[in-house]
Design a protein around this ligand. Sequence first.
Ligand code: PGA
Length: 255
Amino acid sequence: MKKELRRAVIAGNWKMNKTPSETKALIEEMKPLVADADCDVVLCVPFIDIPAAVEAAKGSNIKIGAENIHFKASGAYTGEISADMLKEAGVEYVVIGHSERRQYFGETDQTVNLRTLAAVNAGFKAIVCVGETLEQRELGYTETLLKYQTKMALTNVTAEQLKNVIIAYEPVWAIGTGVTATADQADEGNGFVRAAIAESYGTDVAETVTVQYGGSMNAKNADELLSKVNVDGGLIGGASLKAEDFSIIVKAASK
Ligand code: PGA
């Protein structure tokens, strides 16, 4: 295991929170707190907040991401946002396949794959989410499921394109529930993801891919989670809406 081969990435996922003016205020508050981070710092924000976020983050080490991307270049897809739109807005990262998208908006492993391809083809960094439900875990399917979701998401993604892919292991039962996976469970889940990548691309490639943990990561548990060899960063929901808490997680990843 070679953790030093991988860049730690701490990404906030704001979900459906904050208006444009609130976005500006929160990023202004965060900027000095994360300025000396020794990891990549990303904020994935609602589409409507992107211009305010890009403007507020200008000249800082904070990169801005979107929470989704459509796989078609343009057309009759009401409510969707294309790669070109995101590019012009100054977005660098996109979250794909979040469990809330899968659960509430009908995203499938196939659409997750298409969106991942659209993102890497357009030169974005894709944060692709995978994770098991509590029922799947209790049935003993965690490893099978994580490997399947990872491989499906990466279908037709080349080794070169994989350099722009981050996988976020987010056990569904830990998201927004306050129930965090133990550090060992996070490490194990991330290890299953890395093993799936190794099966498709070889061990050397797999060792270079950043695999985040997400699901109730916070200022208190980040240190322990991020100390694990397979945990290369975090995708942070609730705690990314509080400047101080988010900056503590960034500091934990910078050690
Ligand atoms: P949470 O969300 O940190 O609020 O659990 C994580 C996520 O859904 O990415």
